[in-house]
Design a binder for this molecule. Sequence first.
Ligand code: SAM
Length: 241
Amino acid sequence: MEKFKKVYPFTTENIAGYMHNLDLTGKKVITVTASGDHALNAILRGSTDITCFDVNPHSKDYSRDKIDAILSLSYEDFIRYLLLDNHLKSKYDLEFKYYNPDSKKRCNLYLSREEFYRLKSLLASVSIRFIDANITDLKLKDHFDYMFLSNISDYLSLLYQSEELERYQKLLMQFLEYIDYIYFAYLYDVEGDEKRSRIDQSSEVDKVFKSYKKIEFPTALEGKRTKDAVLILKRSDYFGK
Ligand SMILES: C[S@@+](CC[C@H](N)C(=O)[O-])C[C@H]1O[C@@H](n2cnc3c(N)ncnc32)[C@H](O)[C@@H]1O
């Protein structure tokens, strides 16, 4: 997809906001690859079995390089090399929209000194599989406990020419046969007036999705006091146990 040629060096979301109290011990996770941050935070929350997918194949290479950097560098060198100096910008076309190192520390569980070293040791016993695929081409055959879809929901008009929310819902219902919880939308600034697409309008989401949960937490957006949110589908609400 032309829109996603660049790689996000770090998440633009407040992943810590929705993962900090999630227990992923022994849970199988499937997530968008993006900057690798969704997977890295999930590992810190206990998951040892992670599948990452992304339409941009460079996100996989960047994530592998980020993991190598975590494994080989001290905390101080990692912060300088990747977060502050962005050394990998000579190798990858990086997206620096919303880039603020302090907010990256606040929004990621692994960017404190203590948690960075815990992640370093956990990485030795974790399996991470990468798939180059558009979400619409994902073929699931196995059960997963959690799926994290970042804010793919902001770009549904790139996937579908009409009825994009309805068609996204249909796709998610197919996934839900295999997955217990799907974090199907990340919403920025839920208290703001700007509604960028139908996913930002709860009346529209209510119309299309029979049942879902919304969790709110402090925004990732720098200098704002508002909230972001994630929307979550639960398999048992649709298919029983
Ligand atoms: C939605 S973007 C935005 C950044 C994101 N908020 C974060 O925190 O990283 C994240 C990633 O999703 C990928 N992506 C977007 N639409 C996709 C799709 N339809 N299928 C698979 N990957 C997609 C992009 O290539 C990008 O790497």
